[in-house]
Structures are given as structure tokens and as C-alpha cells.
Design a binder for this molecule. Structure first.
Ligand code: 4AD
Ligand code: MG
Length: 428
């Protein structure tokens, strides 16, 4: 039985069987104390000479941290045990006596990244992975309820979406291909049949920046919807984030507490989120003493300073046209700005979502492609979408690893991903 199902009065006094890995081990005269862990929880087990075969007792004495075992015994309620119950062992089998486990207390972050394949077993990582899973689950549920179809897009692509500076180039049978930076353009192709679509796939960025929020490969949740405006999309997104936070409070209380995340921070996440125009956010930054020109790309540092005192996310909308990629739709009443938004997480975490309305008029798109110094030939099929029944539409991209970093209160995005990829890390 899994450990979590053993932790109840129902089984006290009966013979139970469980298996897992040695989490703690200590010997004291005729007794061996083992704390066993499995995917669900931990439980203490007491092995006493004479209460099981001599062979089994010898096995208990040989156990090391991370050895894999199966044990059988009587379940007893015990206040002093770490999870309130313990097993008095009558039978013990070891599958593997582990070699000396390299992870001990006070190892450096770099070392823990080098042995990430083993660090995955830590309570922190296990809790993080479960929270991560719930965020994915809730997002999918939310999209389904709202009538979105899940679709799949290619990762090998022929052209840039988010500008050339972060493109990964790969040889492709004598041609140049790139790893996709975003599935957005492909999602736009689906709206003419499915209307509302989303995908969760990896996106790749040759990020040279070493910040606490950049990966070279990240999990990207992207959506696209026909007929939706920039402001409507913002409302859709804030509801989704609130839903993620409240589901975590329902389903992942224990995991949040293992990570020492204060649940109050999640309770603050309520609609409506603050909405500031780009100019208003520059004013806000200046009122905090930041030295900002009128038009500046907000980076990690600026967003940290701006969002530090906030208790829930905020939107910055309608950025200056010059700051954003060519596909954003200029405001017809104010073409110096595009109808787009970023969602910034509070507590200094910064951007977690980028989205907005797309140019849906063919001539306007052609003009913006050339104004950006790009070649229309590279975007042939994307332009085509504006030739056959084009419609107003909006979409967004959300960095799942960034949302997890913020929601779980992690220090670095690397802690949110089982096998992080950064400029300096490709292994394990
Ligand atoms: O703001 P970005 O670059 O927007 C796009 O890619 C749009 N095409 C998305 C769309 O509208 N479909 O990226 C979207 C989000 C960011 O807000 C951020 O959360 C995440 O993707 N992101 C990264 N996460 C981790 N590491 C990186 N290097 C990231 N770059 C972007
Ligand atoms: Mg962005």
C-alpha cells in the first residue's frame, strides 16, 4: 500500500505492507529506525531484533540512504513519529543496497544541478513536481471548459517569430532550420477551423542573459482565439491564473508548505488584476525613483523593481509599437502603440505572459514586415492566412516555468524544471 493510505486510524493494529526508499536510518542497540519514503509521503518503521528473522534483521542493519526496500509489519499510532504512525516490522526485503548517496546537507546549488537526476528525489523537488503537474492540469481543464481545442505544432521551423537574436539554428538536410521560439504563427492557422486553440509545447530561446527567469528551453502554454480583443484576452488570462492559485490551495497545501510558501500570498490572487497602460507603468516606475526614459524595453531588473510591492499580478498594455515584434496590431486610433499586453507577476517576479491582438489585414501586415527589415518571403504562409477569410483575433503565450517559479515562491527558474537548460547547462 502507498504510504499516504497507511497514515490513518483505519489500519492501526493490522498487518500492512509497503515499499519505497530509505530516507533516514539510525541504529540504537537492538533497534533500527528507518524512515521510508515513496511517491506519496514518509513513514517511520521500527525493526527490533527478535521480532523478525535474523537474516531480515541483518539486512536492516546494512541498509543505507536510498536503498530500496519492502517491509511488512503491524501499524501503530505514534505521536512522536514524523507522520504520526509507525510500522513495527516483521518482514523486510531489500531490492538494492544503495551505494553511498552523494547528496548530503549543505551542497552547493551547482552540485545539486550536476546530480539533478538524483536530486529529483528530494522532498523539495518532489513537491515542486506535484505543484507543476497541478498547474498543467488546471490549465488544461480551464481551456476545455472555455471551449478550446488542444492542438500540436512543429518544433522545427523555417523562420523567426520573436526576432532573430534568440534563434537556435539547426542543420536540416542541407537547409537551415530553427528551433521554434513560439508556436503562435501555427496556432493562428488553426483558428479558421477550430476558432479557439491552445498548445503546451517547448519553446527555445538562445538566451544569453543569465537571469533568474531565463531558460533556453521552456514550457510554453500558448492560445489563440478568433474574434477576441486584447482586453477580452486579458480577462481570460486573469481568470485562469486565479483558478490555478485556488486549485493549488485546494490540492497542494502540503507541497506548498514543504516549499515554505505562505498560502496567504496565493489567497491574494483575485480578479481584477491591475491594468496600466505602458505610459502609466513608466510613471509608476519613476514615482518609485527609477530612472526611466519614455520608451524603454522593460527587462528583468525594471520589472523586479516595479512589481516588488504588488500582492497580485498586473497588466501592462498597449506598448509603443517600436518595442514589440511585427505581428502585433497597431491601435487604429493611435498607431504609435500596439494592442498588446504583458502580465507581470508580483513580488518582483515580473513577466509571465505576453499577448495581444494580431494584425489581420494583409496590407498592414506586409507593411509592418518590411518596416521591421524582414523578408516577406520568409512569412509566405503566414501572410496567406490574411488572404482567405481573415478575422480579428488575439492570443497569448504563458511561461509555465515562470508561473511555477512565482506561485511556489522559488528563488530561480532552474528550481522549477526537472532538467533545466540554460546557457551553461546541457547535462544531465
Ligand atoms: O513574451 P514572449 O516572447 O511572447 C511570445 O513568444 C508570443 N509569441 C506568445 C504568444 O502570443 N503566443 O514569450 C511569452 C512568455 C513570456 O511571457 C515568458 O513567460 C515566457 O514565455 N518566456 C520564457 N520563459 C522562460 N525562459 C525564457 N527564456 C522565456 N522567454 C519567454
Ligand atoms: Mg514578452
Amino acid at each position: 500500500m502507498h504510504i499516504s493510505s497507511l497514515l490513518s486510524d483505519e489500519h492501526v493494529g493490522s498487518l500492512v505492507k509497503t515499499r519505497g526508499w530509505v530516507y533516514r536510518w539510525r541504529e540504537s542497540g537492538p533497534l533500527v529506525f528507518i524512515i521510508v519514503r515513496d511517491s506519496t509521503n514518509i513513514i517511520q518503521a521500527i525493526v527490533e531484533r527478535g521480532k523478525l528473522s535474523d537474516d531480515d534483521f541483518e539486512t536492516a542493519k546494512k541498509l543505507t540512504i536510498e536503498s530500496s526496500i519492502e517491509l511488512e509489519g503491524n501499524l501503530v499510532k505514534e505521536k512522536k513519529a514524523p507522520t504520526g504512525y509507525e510500522i513495527h516490522v516483521s518482514k523486510l526485503t531489500a531490492f538494492n543496497i544503495a551505494e553511498k548517496f552523494p547528496i548530503t546537507k549543505d551542497k552547493s546549488d551547482e552540485f545539486l544541478l550536476d546530480i539533478r537526476h538524483l536530486w529529483l528525489r528530494s522532498r523539495e523537488m518532489t513537491a515542486t513536481l506535484k505543484i507543476r503537474e497541478t498547474i498543467f492540469e488546471t490549465s488544461r481543464e480551464y481551456f476545455k471548459e472555455k471551449g478550446y481545442h488542444e492542438v500540436h505544432t512543429p518544433m522545427f521551423v523555417g523562420a523567426a517569430v520573436e526576432g532573430g537574436s534568440t534563434l537556435f539554428e539547426v542543420p536540416y538536410f542541407g537547409e537551415k532550420a530553427y528551433l521554434t521560439q513560439s508556436s503562435q504563427f501555427y496556432l493562428e492557422a488553426f483558428i479558421y477551423s477550430l476558432e479557439k486553440v491552445y498548445t503546451i509545447s517547448p519553446s527555445f530561446r538562445a538566451e544569453k542573459s543569465r537571469t533568474r527567469r531565463h531558460l533556453t528551453e521552456f514550457s510554453h502554454l500558448e492560445a489563440e482565439s478568433a474574434w477576441m480583443s486584447n482586453q477580452e484576452m486579458m480577462t481570460f488570462e486573469e481568470e485562469m491564473i486565479v483558478r490555478i492559485a485556488s486549485d493549488l490551495l485546494d490540492k497542494r497545501k502540503d507541497e506548498l508548505s514543504i516549499l515554505k510558501r505562505d498560502p496567504e500570498k496565493l489567497k491574494n490572487i483575485e480578479t481584477p488584476f491591475y491594468r496600466y497602460t505602458y505610459e502609466k507603468i513608466i510613471d509608476l516606475g519613476r514615482s518609485k525613483g527609477m530612472d526611466l526614459p519614455d520608451i524603454v524595453d522593460l527587462g528583468e531588473k525594471e520589472e523586479r523593481e516595479i512589481t516588488e510591492g504588488f500582492d497580485k499580478p498586473l497588466f501592462v498594455y498597449n506598448f509603443p509599437t517600436s518595442l514589440k515584434p511585427f505581428y502585433h496590431r497597431p491601435d487604429p486610433d493611435d498607431p504609435a502603440h500596439v494592442l498588446c499586453h504583458d502580465m507581470l507577476a508580483p513580488e518582483g517576479y515580473g513577466e509571465i505572459i505576453g499577448g495581444g491582438e494580431r494584425i489581420w489585414n494583409k496590407d498592414e501586415l506586409l507593411r509592418r514586415i518590411s518596416e521591421n527589415g524582414l523578408n516577406t518571403d520568409d512569412y509566405g504562409w503566414y501572410i496567406d492566412l490574411r488572404r482567405f477569410g481573415s478575422v480579428p483575433h488575439s492570443g497569448f503565450g504563458l511561461g509555465m516555468d515562470r508561473v511555477l517559479t512565482w506561485i511556489a515562491g522559488l528563488e530561480h527558474i532552474k528550481n522549477a524544471v526537472p532538467f533545466p537548460r540554460t546557457i551553461r547547462r546541457l547535462r544531465p
